[in-house]
Design a protein around this ligand. Structure first.
Ligand code: SAM
Length: 442
């Protein structure tokens, strides 16, 4: 590096972002990072060398909030040593707003998810707390600092209109706002032009998408995005069971490049719990939806989210969750102990489940899923899977690594490393704990 360039790099302001939570938070980080780079900042991986530190927080469970205040305690010391700026972003920012400044006055600004496109207002000091939901969301995909060279996440709908009684998302991310259909297609085309052949459409209830001007729905969008040249694999997350339509299933069936991995959160296997959660479907309806999808798309693999210890959950309710797992045979899942959230209805509609009981249920749930997952993984032995090559394996440099259509990490040997982003056919030879191993075949 010439000395003039190294001096200008040294003079450049730096930022560090820490991200917790869901894919939407990940994408918000990519948006803020891209915007800061446009303003001349350089991203660093070490917070002690940053001039600006952003905590992009999650409030889905209480633990994440505690974690944030603990982190702020540490950053306060860093701020005392050197004059850094600290911004709290994400869902805890939205939920707590001004209260963060009362508890941690050394924080420079607080900005919620609805204001990610208005980062300048807090950076420039026009406001210290930006937690409204502006009409104009300013979504500048051209400046996105994409986190993956092979995959592009594309928001299609923000917010959530469901009122699940356990969930804080409608408070922290506001009402549903779908992006215009053509904007989404332009962003996907742009992502393809940068070499990203895997597209992941994002929304809290991604399948509630409706174009604000034309009324075109999620099925239309799937068909149009899947039809674009260069889209090798199309994923989307998170689908709500009550929004699954025959049009959406038909679009998946008709397009081989739409992933056969479907995340469909069920939350509980008990209709009584589902009613109190206001999930808008029963156990029977959920199983019907799964059966309908399997009829049309036989090679689909489902994953799900489960909450244990929801207020009033009995041992019988929990047994129904276990039996639902046995019946559907999800490839993978996320399971959480219920955590009461401010302003939600759940704490008022059932008596709390003893923490030790909820913990014990969670352990049983994981044990059952572990055995189902191992059995699922064994089914791939001897099959050939299409793998999107992402780079050397993290644990074994000699192996190459990528994701299969069913979202498994596949580590494989190959005589000559392909270009990152290439689809490779891999013969599966071995099953590991949560991954597969094999060798590339021509
Ligand atoms: N919008 C999606 C939906 O409705 O399925 C996902 C929302 S959230 C980001 C992801 C998961 O967190 C939920 O599916 C749920 O299982 C879990 N979750 C949400 N609120 C929770 C709470 N209060 N306690 C425990 N888990 C919770």
């Amino acid at each position: 590096m010439s000395s003039a360039i190294s001096q200008s790099v040294a003079a450049q302001k730096t930022f560090f972002i820490e991200t917790w939570g869901c894919q939407m938070n990940d994408l918000d980080t990519q948006r803020m990072s891209g915007h800061l780079k446009l303003r001349g900042y350089r991203r660093v991986n070490d917070e002690s060398s940053a001039d600006l530190i952003l905590l992009n927080t999650c409030s889905i469970r209480e633990k994440s909030e505690h974690k944030m205040f603990t982190r702020l305690g540490y950053l306060r010391e860093l701020k005392q040593q050197k004059g850094i700026r600290i911004g709290v972003c994400g869902c805890v920012a939205q939920q707590e707003g001004e209260a963060i400044l009362s508890r941690a006055p050394f924080v420079d600004f607080v900005i919620g998810p609805g204001n990610v496109g208005h980062l300048d207002s807090v950076l420039d000091g026009d406001t210290r707390v930006a937690v409204d939901f502006p009409q104009d969301r300013r979504y500048d995909y051209l400046s996105l600092d994409r986190s993956s060279a092979v995959r592009a996440q594309v928001t299609i709908i923000e917010g959530c209109n469901k009122n699940c009684t356990f969930c804080i998302v409608p408070t922290t991310r506001g009402r549903e706002v779908s992006r215009p259909f053509d904007d989404i297609l332009c962003e996907v085309e742009h992502a393809i032009s940068t070499g990203r052949g895997e597209i992941e459409l994002l929304g809290q209830t991604v399948n509630a998408y409706t174009c604000p001007s034309s009324g075109r729905d999620f099925a239309d969008l799937l068909r149009n995005v899947a039809g674009l040249a260069g889209v090798h694999r199309l994923r989307f997350i998170t689908s709500h069971p009550a929004e699954v339509t025959s049009g959406m299933i038909g679009a998946i069936r008709d397009h081989d490049n739409i992933s056969r991995f479907l995340h469909l959160p069920v939350q509980s296997g008990s209709s009584s719990v589902l009613r109190r959660m206001k999930r808008l479907y029963t156990r029977e309806r959920y199983l019907e939806i799964v059966a309908e999808i399997r009829r049309e798309v036989p090679d689909v693999l489902f994953s799900t989210d489960i909450i244990v210890g929801f207020p009033g959950e009995t041992e019988k309710d929990f047994a129904e969750t276990l039996s639902l797992l046995e019946e559907v045979r999800f490839g993978s899942f996320f399971a959480f102990k219920y955590s009461p959230r401010p302003g939600t209805a759940a704490p008022r509609i059932g008596s709390p489940v003893d923490d030790a009981i909820a913990s014990e249920r969670l352990v049983r749930l994981f044990a059952l899923q572990e055995s189902i997952e191992q059995e699922t993984l064994r089914n791939y032995l001897g099959t050939t899977q299409e793998v999107l090559y992402e780079g050397p394996s993290r644990h074994d440099e000699a192996m190459s690594s990528g994701k299969s259509d069913h979202n498994w990490t596949v580590n494989f040997s190959v005589p000559a490393r392909p270009e990152v982003g290439t689809m490779v056919q891999v013969l599966i030879r071995e099953v590991r704990h949560h991954s597969l191993r094999g060798e590339a075949v021509t």
